[in-house]
Design a protein around this ligand. Sequence first.
Ligand code: CU
Length: 142
Amino acid sequence: MYFKTDEKSNHLTFKRFSSLFTLVVLGLLLASCSSDDEVEPEDEPDVVFNLTAEGREFYIEGDDEENPDLVVTEGDLVQVNLQVTGGTHDWVVDEFDAATEQIGEGHRNTIEFVAGQSGVFEYYCSVGSHREDGMYGNLIVE
Ligand SMILES: [Cu+2]
């Protein structure tokens, strides 16, 4: 008789403890989810350019036009994914403080910036004399 009661109360205590434990775990999960949101408030880009750099040219992936015009709309969040398939390059637009890292063959680097002003702006590669050698094109913000 005594044992039974004790067992019962132990069981109840365990039940309470386990539901409390579940609440704590849930709370922690929720807290980690919301803090993730704070760390990465990244918006979806409005425009994505997948660019390849090789020699003294940029190309849009899947197209062979050299240093093509890149056209966006004023206010767009622009994402540039640069992939280097030969040499070392970067992709820079001074007016928007947009610059990838200088990366070597086989590497990729992604940046995002807001095209907050309309006009025609030069994008270029800032490595060595690449810009003078013709490694530039137009970012057209309409
Ligand atoms: Cu370059």
